[in-house]
Design a protein around this ligand. Structure first.
Ligand code: HEM
Ligand code: HEM
Length: 185
């Protein structure tokens, strides 16, 4: 609450972009996990990779747009205010999540380009962003995998921290990021 007794919240655009990101990230991870388990001879396997790439490229656009929006808007304060060390940790986590949203798609694009394959937004071929090179493809693949798998942990910590603040600390960290129709009910 501010001095006028009003709840301080993220702007509606920031809230919408945040939850669209969550849904897209779920889909990006679900498609690649399904790709891993579907047998090679099944055409759905290739379709899952196409969807992964399509959603990953959309994530790049969304992440860059979200960054530009949120750099212009001041995040609302948390009440009661958490200790300074927690605020610093939260800022580092936010930076990490932006790096994830923007760097992962670029590394994936470098990987596919270095393998000599065209990245397609379904039927529309996108330009390659790296020269064809087996060693570069290997490095990019490794980086994409390590960063992608470690992100499971960071996203889980981020989500659990929000729930911890809501249910145990009982501050307004999560309410600030919820749409009005949920936070009022
Ligand atoms: C935020 C966006 C993205 C995330 C979080 C993400 C995450 C992942 C993860 C976790 C894997 C599985 C790694 C493994 O266990 O081997 C993977 C695989 C893959 N990703 Fe992405 N990715 C993203 C965007 C992209 C984009 C934009 C492209 C291409 C332009 C791409 C291309 C690929 C390919 C081709 C694989 C399969 C690699 C293999 O078969 O070894 N990814 N991605
Ligand atoms: C169910 C999962 C998630 C929950 C419950 C959640 C919750 C929250 C909450 C409560 C905040 C406000 C924190 C604060 O201001 O101190 C926040 C901010 C943020 N979250 Fe999440 N989040 C989730 C998933 C994600 C995912 C998957 C991403 C991106 C990969 C993400 C990226 C961010 C970013 C960048 C911020 C900083 C505010 C902004 O720039 O919009 N979150 N999240």
């Amino acid at each position: 609450m501010n001095s006028l007794g009003q709840q301080q919240k993220y702007a509606p655009l920031s809230i919408a972009l945040h939850w669209i990101t969550v849904i897209m990230m779920l889909a990006i991870y679900a498609t690649i996990e399904l790709h891993e388990i579907i047998p090679r001879e099944n055409p759905l396997r290739g379709a899952m990779e196409d969807w992964h790439i399509f959603l990953g490229l959309c994530m790049l656009l969304l992440g860059a747009y979200r960054l530009s929006v949120n750099l212009r808007l001041q995040p609302p304060g948390i009440l009661p205010r958490p200790p300074q060390w927690q605020m610093r940790l939260t800022s580092l986590m936010k930076i990490y999540l932006y790096i994830l949203m923007i760097t992962m798609p670029i590394v994936g694009w470098i990987f596919v380009s270095a393998e000599g394959e065209a990245v397609k937004l379904f039927f529309i071929p996108m330009p390659g962003i790296a020269t064809v090179s087996e060693s570069l493809a290997g490095i990019a693949e490794e980086a994409h995998e390590i960063f992608g798998v470690s992100a499971y942990l960071f996203i889980a910590v981020h989500a659990l921290a929000a729930l911890h603040h809501h249910y145990l600390v009982k501050d307004d960290t999560l309410k600030r990021m919820l749409p009005d129709f949920i936070s009022r009910s």
